[in-house]
Ligand binder design. Structure first.
Ligand code: ADP
Length: 477
């Protein structure tokens, strides 16, 4: 069986109870017994010394009679609940509070009392060498006259009375132990509420997530670490669910975008092979096949770039490079396209030279993508403005066209993978809808920002920032 934290906690409780019981029944018992004996014997000893100093020595010195001494010890017996003897060193009991005074009765001796008294402390627990059947607590006080011991006062109490008192004290300890144990159950209730129940919920949720149900939701209503853990777990699951949804969408998009060119390549090549398309028309359809193949290559390359950007976000090859010349050389690659559409490029660059700190190849791709889109979506005989502006430590680069613009409702989607506006589909059949998402990934990897301002039918402006290199900043100073 799986050991739950709860079970372990309960086991801890049982061990706690067992140890508590063991401690009370061993240590506490012996401590109570020891202090009880010391306390009792001290009280009895004081009485014994008192008796030895007063009427017992009076008896030996014939100051008081046996009868009056007997009366005194009888009173004390009922007061102390103990038997009092006056006994000779030889062991002859002269007076015994527990038996009536009878001078005609036979002498009663305690065997070996002389040796016993030499070897004992002022008190002991004894049967007096078998004189009594059971143990008694005995105290001895010598009756002295000058330096000679005339006799002893012995006060004894059966141990049963001491034991009974001891047991009643121990019972209190046991009751306290049980009360303490029951009170400590409050901790168990707290543990159940604050730790165990939330932990069960969290475990259940992780099991659900592990089995793939990332939409499983649960709540832990507490503002402690457990509540925080549950909220974090919920958040993690929702983020994972989003990633999963995005991946599904991506696969669907990729499949869709691969299928249409592949279908036309397959259709046209089959039609050419089986003669449906006559040989004189082959050139036309081979050009379409080539076009579609190029589109597939572009799509594959874009996907690979995007994938690399996702996994190697921190793998930028940063360097200080001159951005103005970079922009100029990219523009020159579009000369043909611009001439075709009669597009003029208006360059407004800051400074003769402007150094930025970034990954050159990737930034080239960003500018290329933005300019490519600007030309694609520009109207014939129009102008594209590329401008750079210094803003503190950043360089703001803008690519502005006077083209078809982007509808308001599409503005927040154009950076999504595979997104294309409806109006662009007609203008750009080759477009993959991946260019801007790659652009955004690159800018994000540089911890910079990219934004768009656009009005449908009027044009679009894409703006992004780059850090100005420190070399440039020093030169300025
Ligand atoms: P593609 O590679 O198909 O151009 P992009 O991710 O670069 O994909 O762009 C996504 C979509 O954003 C385009 O299909 C187009 O609808 C819109 N778009 C991007 N740039 C512009 C622009 N300069 N003018 C108008 N629409 C644009």
């Amino acid at each position: 069986m799986r050991k739950t934290v709860y079970l372990k906690f309960i086991m801890g409780y049982i061990i706690f109870a067992l140890f508590g019981f063991l401690v009370v029944s061993s240590f506490v018992t012996s401590m109570v017994r020891r202090s009880l004996l010391a306390h009792e014997s001290e009280a009895l000893y004081k009485e014994a010394v008192q008796i030895a100093d007063t009427f017992a020595s009076g008896l030996y010195n014939n100051v008081i009679t046996l009868e009056s001494a007997k009366t005194q010890i009888d009173i004390l017996q009922s007061y102390l609940s103990a038997t009092i003897w006056i006994i000779n060193p030889s062991g002859l009991i002269i007076l015994d509070s527990s038996t009536p005074l009878d001078i005609t009765a036979e002498d009663v001796y305690v065997e070996g009392f002389g040796e016993l008294i030499d070897s004992t402390e002022f008190y002991e627990v004894t049967t007096l060498r078998g004189y009594w059947d059971s143990n008694h607590l005995c105290v001895y006080a010598p009756i002295t006259n000058g330096y000679t011991v005339q006799g002893y006062v012995v006060i004894s109490k059966p141990m049963e009375t001491v034991d009974a008192f001891q047991n009643s004290l121990l019972n209190i300890s046991y009751i306290m132990l049980v009360i303490l144990f029951l009170l400590s159950l409050i901790i168990l209730i707290f543990f159940t509420e604050a730790v165990y129940i939330p932990l069960r919920k969290i475990t259940r949720a992780t099991e659900e997530y592990a089995s793939g149900n990332l939409h499983y939701e649960f709540t832990v209503d507490s503002d402690d670490e457990m509540g925080y853990l549950a909220a974090t777990l919920n958040y993690m699951a929702s983020e994972l669910a989003k990633v999963e949804d995005n991946e599904k969408k991506l696969v669907a998009n990729v499949s869709h975008d691969f299928r249409s060119p592949l279908t036309s390549i397959k259709g046209y090549s089959e039609a050419m092979l089986d003669g449906t398309i006559p040989p004189e028309m082959h050139d036309k359809y081979l050009a379409i096949v080539q076009n579609e193949s190029e589109r597939l290559i572009k799509l594959t390359n874009s996907l690979l770039t995007l994938n690399n950007m996702g996994t190697n976000r921190n793998m930028l090859e940063l360097s200080d490079f001159e951005i103005n010349s970079t922009i100029r050389s990219i523009i020159s690659t579009f000369e043909g396209a611009c001439r075709e559409k009669k597009i003029r490029i208006n360059l407004v660059l800051t400074g003769e030279e402007m150094y930025v700190h970034a990954d050159k190849t990737k930034i080239e791709q960003v500018i290329y993508n933005l300019l490519d889109n600007a030309i694609k979506f520009s109207n014939k005989d129009s102008e594209i403005k590329i401008e750079t502006q210094e803003k503190n430590t950043k360089l703001l680069i803008s690519v502005k066209d006077n083209g078809i613009g982007i509808p308001k409702e599409s503005l927040h989607k154009i950076f999504d993978r595979f997104y294309k506006t409806d109006s662009s589909r007609g203008k750009d059949k080759k477009g993959t809808g991946l260019g801007l998402s790659i652009t955004k990934e690159i800018i994000r990897a540089h911890n910079e920002n990219i934004d768009v301002i656009s009005t449908e039918g009027e044009g679009s402006e894409f703006l992004f920032t780059l850090p100005i290199s420190e070399v440039q900043t020093e030169d300025d100073v």
